[in-house]
Ligand binder design. Structure first.
Ligand code: TXA
Ligand code: MG
Length: 330
């Protein structure tokens, strides 16, 4: 509470004022769909509004990622998480014990969660974590919504643990870099999924199996081929359309729903102006829409450069032949 009679509450140091100014810049940037270099206790994140598909597309674009990984969405705590995902009792207990902190929980996404499809790579689950760093907490709280943030490095480079690392790799891609000092953990968060009889460790981190077992009372299994999941194709489940998908289509064949790119005649379009950021932002939503319209989807050629690499990677997966029994399952 503000107490005007307390002189200490009336004056701010120059450092505090600079901090407020930076916080304000960061929140404004997030609201505008721009990106922020954000310190967390694990590594610096390349942060964007998780509800804004263009902002999320910009994250992938900035990192130069050749594929779309689902991103971790950062929240203030259980209250914000509850609005986005369904938290079972064990996940709730784990969040109570380890949030804020370096634990990410993969949870069923609420159907009405306002998250961009691209943030979850079209999955029905969402990875959530409440970071422990006070700067990250202040930003998410002031922004008032979930913030998607992979590590703030170019694809294939080392994760950044200092503001200067972010500036060196991605300085020209972000509106502002907040300097929160060196990261105390320095290693990406542990990622787990709660199953009925055990916990699946999808990515090991500083919250260990022993710690998780103690709190949950459940055994912890290291996911097969453990280590970081580098592509949605490596996830056990990922969104695939029910329809058959034909790529590099320049014209529509009977019965097809044609997804266009650029100024062509089509049923749906990824980007009428041929903009790859817009196309990436629309990709999962348009695939879903096409899937409801026809059991045959055709997609126009997408240029194989920049974000086009990630878009084509995803489209190739969507078009790959699927065993009958997995067809249509998420
Ligand atoms: O420490 C961290 O977690 C850092 C800092 C910035 O918070 N963030 C981070 O985020 O490493 P990110 O977005 O790079 O992590 C993405 C990874 C994916 O590659 C995948 O392994 C996992 O999180 N993931 C995300 N969503 C998932 C989902 N729905 N199901 C399974 N795994 C998921
Ligand atoms: Mg990373």
């Amino acid at each position: 509470m503000h107490d005007a009679s307390d002189p200490q509450e009336q004056t701010l140091t120059a450092d505090e004022m600079a901090g407020i100014d930076q916080l304000h810049k960061a929140v404004t940037a997030l609201r505008n769909g721009d990106l922020v270099g954000l310190p967390t206790e694990t590594v610096y994140g390349l942060a964007g509004d998780a509800t804004n598909a263009t902002a999320v597309a910009n994250i992938f674009n900035a990192k130069g990622r050749p594929h779309f990984n689902p991103l971790i969405c950062h929240v203030t705590g259980i209250d914000m998480a509850d609005a986005l995902a369904v938290m079972d009792p064990i996940s709730r207990r784990l969040a109570d014990a380890f949030w804020p902190g370096p634990l990410t929980l993969v949870l069923p996404k609420r159907p009405d969660a306002p998250l961009a499809d691209l943030a979850t790579a079209g999955l029905d689950t969402v990875a959530l974590r409440a970071p422990g760093h006070p700067v990250a907490q202040s930003v998410i709280e002031a922004f008032g919504g979930p913030v998607a943030a992979p590590s703030a490095n170019l694809s294939g480079k080392l994760s950044p643990t200092r503001a200067a690392h972010v500036a060196a790799g991605l300085g020209d891609q972000v509106a502002v870099i907040l300097d929160g000092g060196p990261c105390s953990v320095g290693l990406e968060s542990s990622i787990i999924r709660v199953l009925p009889d055990r916990l699946m460790m999808l990515r090991p981190g500083s919250i260990t199996s022993t710690m998780l077992k103690k709190v949950s009372g459940l055994p912890v299994e290291l996911s097969k081929g453990s280590g970081p999941i580098t592509a949605p194709g490596q996830l056990q489940s990922h969104y695939a359309p029910d329809a058959i998908v034909r790529l590099n289509a320049t014209a529509k064949q009977p019965g097809e729903c044609l997804i266009g790119f650029g100024p062509m005649k089509a049923d749906l379009t990824l980007s009428h102006s041929g903009d790859l950021v817009e196309a990436a932002a629309n990709l999962f939503q348009i695939l879903r829409e096409a899937d409801t319209r026809s059991d045959q989807i055709a997609v126009a050629p997408i240029p194989q450069d920049g974000l086009g690499l990630a878009i084509n990677d995803r489209l190739i997966r969507a078009a790959a032949p699927r065993p009958k029994d997995t067809k249509g399952k998420n």
